[in-house]
Design a protein around this ligand. Sequence first.
Ligand code: HEC
Ligand code: HEC
Length: 338
Amino acid sequence: MLKIRALISGLLLASSVSVAYAWEALPEKAPEPANNPGSADKIALGQMLYHDPRLSSTGTVSCSSCHNTMLGGEDNRANSIGVGAQKGGRSAPTVWNAAFNAVQFWDGRAATLEDQAAGPVTNPIEMGMKNWDEVINRLKSIEGYQVAFENAFGSDALTKENATKAIAAYERTLITPNSPYDKYVKGDKSALTEAQVRGMQKVEELGCTSCHSGPAFNGPGAFRKFPMYSNGGIEAQYHFGKDKGLAEVTKKADDDHFWKVPTLRNIALTAPYFHNGSVPTLELAVKVMGKSQLNKDLSNEEISDIVAFLNALTGEFPKQSMPLLPRTPGTTLTPAPL
Ligand code: HEC
Ligand code: HEC
């Protein structure tokens, strides 16, 4: 299946020079599933949970430790740091516009934001809780959470399912429309500089859009091979081959080194780049993409125009205000130092 998909997109790539690419602006609202419509109370609860370090075993790590919503929605580290200063092997993707991903994680192993939100809390190197029962018991001991869950979901509402629904509903508010690119696509031809327009044309001509397509430039839901073209120099420097991506989940050789196509929105804010965070600058990331995905050595002018265009994908960030968290009862919830 993936082979056929790769073949079809290979053909699309070959014809992309002659077919005009349909540029799309980011919608003003993220799509939401029928079984989890957002509401003010649910979003407020989700925001609290998202920013609450008491969801981690040590009481030190929240979602926002690794996906900082005051910044580009991640931590600008190659490897995030979880409980007990442990490091994982992959770089944290941005949570801004994650609502527009058809699948979540670099290897797409979660189908929805709701599914995704269940993972980190009990991941031993991220938030380190033993299991969700422990999380729910801890939240139940905090009276303010009982009230907040009831407001959002009704009675007997303090469950894992509702916690992940609330977090996902909050994440769907983390979207960044109205970038210079969006304004340009909607008709304001003064929104981009000349270099940015040249970069936009290059991105289409070269075929970056054969993978990074759609309003979020994440080829909605597409898994693509990376690197497509092997390059000893790049591999020696960045070690992309170590992690097998989708094949780590499916255990199928056909899926070796397939990755979810990541969004390019706000990409100027989220260095370092790629699944292992091994590439420090956007210029180098574009150079690597040219070589490894298109088998082309991009010139410095091309790289600089493309980077100018990628900077035009930085959107307007909705103002964030920190939530007040429900108070801890008169005892520590995280007694064991780790
Ligand atoms: C210790 C750091 C850390 C913490 C804490 C953490 N994450 Fe992540 N997050 C990551 C990393 C690393 C990945 C990528 C892992 C992978 O793809 O295998 C990720 C992936 C994601 C994704 C997928 C985004 C995409 O584009 O695929 C979302 C959404 C997300 N996290 C939200 C959350 C939420 C919500 C929480 C809190 C419940 C959370 N994260 C806690 C590090 C962290
Ligand atoms: C054949 C598909 C394909 C093509 C063509 C392609 N990309 Fe990518 N791109 C990917 C995949 C897959 C990744 C994720 C790779 C990884 O980190 O495992 C990616 C990652 C990136 C990243 C890093 C994203 C991040 O969050 O770290 C940037 C920047 C990028 N691409 C830009 C471009 C540009 C610019 C072009 C054209 C010169 C291009 N890509 C062409 C598939 C493609």
